[in-house]
Design a protein around this ligand. Structure first.
Ligand code: GLN
Length: 456
């Protein structure tokens, strides 16, 4: 714990930790020592981790990297962090992220962006660690913590992991409780571990997962011992390669990474099959209707009354001005854009044309996956991202769709509620890490982790 705390102090330039909790960490570390001495050694005992700022942590600033939650210190602990603490984890602090988890580069954070510890060859250009869980990815990659929590609504665990050479799994929707996690798009949000290895991800996921009566969408299913399922034996497993993920313009090195990963699984005894997920091309537009719609509803609670920031009222201001000014001051550009898009697609005249249509498309996307799994496919292999980490400031805020295109391979998994894992499997010509994604059957994270283990 002390080594991590020193590493965090020395790596301030990465801007990965936005709030450090050394007192809590040392107290938890001492408690972990006592548990170990008493012969009680839970899976995460004494392991120092970082927590994404989206998780409510009792008495510790939890701002979702937004100005509107300035000064917010929850009175309660999220279920996932409680479970991690019960399993002996040590919290080093809160990690940077895109504001309200909206973004793919960590650049929408009120704290300024986290920085990727990797560089392109000898070029010193600072790169994004990805987003929204960019601080988590940067901290794990730079050895500031042993692991971190992330959340994934449309790729926010998997894309940053691919950009930083780390492992991240978005579990099946409902595997981890969402209670105490600041809501972005409730039907898509899931928490998951971001780690250095597949084995670490298996251990940490088991500690985070489980039924929670406080989240009605959390599944009442036993959590398997995921680590015990890592045999590396994938003989006879059927791995699907979806042709719709072969997008025009995908860089050669991503195509090669995908081909190499396919060959590796084949060498390990898997059967490779070509598959079709015909509605894939509608996933990104459907996601960028559904996610903002849910966000506009979830973010209605930030009204200057209940949490965080409240504007300074001028003479004559009424409650409407209070709401308007508070929200104009407290929300950044991207969040405002999402609230406007979401409000528009949910409005009486457009609801059927946009929101309901997107929901129908979502059902078709889920059916594509159901059909492939029903035909015997065990897991699907795709690239995790369409490129390696890009430079900070390289994506123009004027053209948000360019940034949204980063999520082209990841959002399908959230729309279908499936587990997906990003595994680092190679580097590009400049030495930057690249990742592949494996998508599994619902509730079969153990199997998925084992396939990832064979690929690692
Ligand atoms: N980049 C996506 C978005 O901006 C995904 C975010 C996430 O998974 N939290 O919505």
């Amino acid at each position: 714990t002390q080594a991590c705390l020193s590493a965090i102090d020395a790596a301030g330039a990465l801007n990965a930790f936005v709030h450090k909790t050394p007192e809590i960490a040392l107290e938890q570390a001492r408690a972990a020592d006592a548990r170990l001495a008493a012969g009680d050694a839970p899976a995460m005992c004494g392991l120092p981790v970082g927590i994404k700022d989206l998780f409510c942590t009792k008495g510790v600033p939890s701002q979702a990297a937004s100005a509107i939650l300035e000064g917010f210190k929850p009175e309660y602990e999220s279920t996932v962090t409680s479970k991690l603490f019960d399993a002996g984890s040590v919290m080093l602090g809160k990690l940077n992220m895109d504001e309200f988890a909206m973004g793919s580069s960590n650049e929408t954070s009120v704290y300024g962006n986290a920085v990727n510890p990797w560089r392109r060859g000898n070029d010193d250009t600072a790169l994004t660690p990805g987003g929204s869980s960019g601080g988590s990815a940067s901290a794990v990659a730079a050895d500031l913590c042993l692991a971190a929590t992330g959340t994934d609504t449309g790729g926010s665990i998997r894309q940053p992991c691919a950009f930083t050479g780390t492992v991240g799994i978005k579990p099946t929707y409902g595997r981890c409780s969402r209670w105490g996690i600041v809501a972005f798009a409730s039907s898509l949000d899931q928490a998951g571990p971001m780690t250095k290895t597949v084995r670490d991800a298996a251990i940490m996921l088991e500690a985070m997962a489980g039924h929670d009566p406080k989240d009605s969408t959390s599944a009442d299913l036993a959590v398997p011992n995921f680590e015990a399922m890592l045999t590396g034996d994938i003989k006879g497993k059927k791995i699907g390669i979806p042709k719709e993920y072969r997008l025009d313009g995908t860089p050669d090195e991503i195509v090669k990474l995908w081909d190499d990963g396919t060959a590796m699984l084949k060498d390990a005894g898997a059967e490779i099959v070509d598959i079709s997920l015909p509605h894939t091309k509608y996933a990104l537009p459907a996601y960028y209707v559904i996610a903002p719609a849910e966000a506009s509803s979830n973010l209605a609670r930030y009204d200057g009354v209940r949490y965080g920031h409240r504007t300074t009222l001028a003479a004559g201001d009424g409650i409407t001005e209070m709401y308007e000014k508070t929200r104009a001051e407290g929300f950044g550009h991207e969040v405002q854009r999402r609230v406007m898009v979401g409000t528009y697609v949910l409005s009486a005249g457009f609801y059927d044309a946009y929101y309901n249509r997107a929901r129908r498309v979502r059902a078709l996307i889920k059916k594509d996956f159901d059909d492939v799994f029903a035909a015997g496919v065990d897991a699907i292999l795709t690239p995790a991202t369409p490129s390696a980490a890009f430079g900070l400031g390289e994506m123009n805020d004027e053209d948000p769709v360019k940034m949204y295109l980063n999520d082209v391979f990841t959002v399908t998994v959230n729309l279908a509620g499936l587990p997906g894992i990003s595994v680092p499997t190679g580097v590009d010509a400049q030495g930057l890490p690249l990742g592949l994604q494996l998508i599994g059957r619902p509730w079969e994270e153990g199997d998925l982790l084992n396939t990832a283990y064979a690929l690692e």
